[in-house]
Design a protein around this ligand. Structure first.
Ligand code: C2E
Ligand code: CA
Ligand code: CA
Ligand code: CA
Length: 275
């Protein structure tokens, strides 16, 4: 049993030290990587189940550092949120998507792009302004841009007027909002009426349990019907098997995103994949 006396530092285990060391290493290397634009975006297709058409893609950040190796988004994003570097990541994502859209549009490729935003980004009072300035330089991009926010984000935003205001500003400029990781835990639906959200993405873990339990199937069916009855477009994420796909089709799900239709890809691989 550890004694709780003395300095807080002495209460740290060697595991804690290792974690702190890794966190500060990631922070240091991230500054470097952002300076050199060493991050990349991959794009994962979102396919309409009734037409088979690719409606859009989700941009997902990737980082492989020369010293640390691959740092997954699940490790990177929380550290970037904590250190404030999430703002720079958000700016990198938006700039990269704008440049990509410009190129795609010039070649007649018309795709909606979804990006992920953290609530930390929206707590910056200038967030909407910075976004809109960037979008003003890239005509037409706002109308094919969706910002994915998590259910947790939505729940917190409900109480923060300045965040709702910024979301509405972006919405007025043509940006859509999608509720990500839907079903992962918060039994409050009021935010759906307060925030300018137009689509729901049912969480990957929930989708992947679709074939495991009959009750789960009924629940997913209910979630899809619930979303559609409120005029939300409903996406199922993390669809991996044909069995999952066919169940979702029978349930009238609008869009699927998952390895079954396409993994996250480099832009040029996506272009080949589209043909
Ligand atoms: P998310 O927004 O829920 O993104 C979906 C995740 O599921 C992605 O993981 C994607 O690669 C993965 N995925 C897609 N289809 C399948 C499938 O069929 N099976 C399985 N097993 N996985 C699938 P990824 O790229 O590792 O990203 C993890 C999370 O990191 C994202 O979850 C998102 O919350 C966050 N993230 C990624 N890029 C960004 C970014 O640019 N900004 C912010 N703020 N967060 C990001
Ligand atoms: Ca997402
Ligand atoms: Ca998700
Ligand atoms: Ca997720």
């Amino acid at each position: 049993v550890k004694e709780r006396g003395g300095s807080a530092i002495s209460a740290l285990t060697s595991d804690d030290h290792e974690r702190l060391n890794r966190t500060s290493l990631i922070e240091r290397r991230l500054i470097h990587a952002l300076d050199r634009r060493n991050l990349r975006l991959l794009y994962q297709p979102q396919v309409n189940l009734s037409t088979g058409k690719v409606e859009g893609v989700e941009a997902l950040v990737r980082w492989e550092d020369s010293e640390i190796g691959i740092v997954t988004p699940d490790e990177l994003i929380p550290i970037a949120e904590e250190s404030g570097m999430i703002h720079e990541i958000g700016r990198f994502v938006l700039e990269t998507v704008c440049a990509q859209q410009k190129e795609w549009k010039s070649r007649g490729i018309d795709l909606n792009v979804s990006i992920n935003s953290s609530i930390r980004e929206f707590r910056d009072k200038d967030m909407a302004k910075v976004f809109l300035e960037q979008l003003a330089l890239n005509e037409g991009v706002a109308n094919s841009l969706t910002i994915e926010i998590t259910e947790k984000f939505a729940l917190e935003a409900e109480a923060e007027q300045s965040i709702i205001k910024q979301m509405k500003q972006l919405h007025q400029a043509g940006i859509s909002f999608s509720l990500d990781d839907f079903g992962t835990g918060y039994a409050s639906f009021r935010y759906m009426l307060l925030l300018p959200i137009s689509s729901l993405k049912i969480d990957r873990d929930i989708i992947q349990s679709i074939t495991k339990q009959e009750k789960m199937q009924k629940m997913i069916k209910g979630m899809i019907q619930f979303g559609k009855s409120l005029d939300f477009q409903v996406t199922a994420e993390g669809v991996e098997t044909n069995e999952q796909l066919e169940l979702l089709r029978a349930m009238d799900c609008d869009i699927i995103q998952g390895y079954i239709s396409g993994r996250p890809m480099e832009a040029h691989d996506l272009e080949k994949w589209l043909n």
